[in-house]
Every structure is written in C-alpha cells, then in structure tokens.
Write a new protein. Structure first.
Length: 227
C-alpha cells in the first residue's frame, strides 16, 4: 500500500452584508464631575441614535460594554514663576459599536458623529451574516474535499498506482504535527474614499469578503501497476 498526502483549498467571495462602526467617547479635564458628565451626556446621545437606527431597521444591534476612567498628572507652565507645575487631571471614556445592514445610513451617521466633540472613530469592520457565511463555508468544504481526491488520484496515476481510497481528512490545524495552517476564515478590508459631494456622508467602499477553506487528506493505493 502506498500512502499519498494532499491538500485541498477552496474560496468563495461575497459582498459585505454588515458594517460595524466602533467608536469611543473621551473627555479629560481638571474636574472629575465635569469629565464624567461630558462623557455620559455624549454617550447617551449616541446610544439613543443607535437605538433609533435599530428600531428603524437600518442597524441590527448596538453594544456598549466598556467604560474607563483614570487620573493622571500633567505638567504645565506656571505663568508666574515660569517653571513647570503639576496639575491633576481626569480622563474618562466609553465605547460604542453599532452594526448596520443599511450602508447608506451607516455612512451618513458616521459623518455626523465624526463632527461631534469628544467622539473618536476607531474602525469600521465588515462582515457577512452568519447564514451567508455558513452557506459559503459549506460550499467551500465540498470543493476543497473534491480537490483532495483529484490531486491524490493524479499522483497515483503518475506513479502507476491504482484508484485511491480515503484514509483520513483533516481541517486546517487538526493534523498532528502541523503548525495550524490557514484556519477556515473570512477576511475583509474596507477603504474610506472621502466625503461625497452634497450631503454630509462618508463614502465607503468595502471590499468583498473571502471565505476560505483548507483541508489536508491521506489516501492509500494498491501496489504499483506495471505499464
């Protein structure tokens, strides 16, 4: 018996279906109460807007699970002595992420919040729905598995061996001694193209998302066939 080890790969490409805006509200100052109030006030306004977009069907969900505050010392110039003096300052921040299904509304809202004092945009991520991703992965798995059969049989034919029979099939990272390989994944990239003419809107052009599957498989054949 001869064992043949091969790899199979497949990819499906699909336009992004969801866009998530990740941002945080941050203020700093010398009075703790003022800083906290500024963050709370601005964050509440943004959360109310997020809830409205979800209620209207333009957004799928919103999340806000991170709040931070800390104290630090800042050294500023003393106008009287000309030297440096230490000033105690307070800083507070709160994060918010909103997942949109309507990209036009996302772009408009993004332009609006970019103009709000204290708001910093971290990134915009692009994804597929779970249903689409699972369907594409299922298709890619079949194609990747079929490719292992074709490749193994090609090697067997070249060596004058008989038909191949599967012995084992491994998803990426599951074969013993491997370094993990390329795990089944979906990747994305998006580029901000700048403000569009006319209304306040940031034009975004998300790149299509790739769903990739990599498998490895072992096949066995009979003894070499005389030619």
């Amino acid at each position: 018996m001869t064992r043949i080890a091969v790899e199979g790969q497949a990819k499906r490409t699909h336009p992004a279906e969801r866009g998530t805006v990740n941002l945080h509200v941050v203020f700093s100052g010398t009075l703790r109460s003022d800083v906290v109030q500024q963050v709370a006030r601005t964050h509440t306004i943004l959360v109310d807007q997020a809830k409205a977009h979800v209620a209207a069907g333009a957004a799928e969900r919103w999340e806000s699970a991170s709040v931070h505050s800390y104290v630090y010392d800042d050294r500023v110039k003393n106008s009287e002595s000309g030297g440096k003096q230490r000033v105690r300052r307070f800083r507070a921040s709160a994060r918010l992420s909103v997942t949109f299904s309507d990209f036009e509304v996302l772009s408009t809202w993004l332009a609006d919040v970019m103009d709000v004092d204290g708001v910093e945009i971290d990134w915009v991520s692009w994804t597929l729905t779970d249903e689409t991703r699972k369907a594409l992965q299922a298709e890619a798995r079949v194609e990747a598995a079929e490719e292992t059969v074709v490749r193994a049989q090609s090697y067997a034919d070249a060596l004058g061996l008989g038909p191949v029979a599967p012995v084992a099939l491994y998803e990426a990272g599951l074969r013993g001694g491997s370094d993990g390989g390329n795990a089944p994944m979906y990747a994305m990239r998006a580029g901000a193209m700048g403000a569009s003419g006319g209304g306040a809107q940031v034009e975004l052009q998300p790149r299509d998302i790739d769903v990739e599957i990599t498998l490895s498989a072992d096949y066995e054949t009979g003894p070499a066939v005389d030619r």
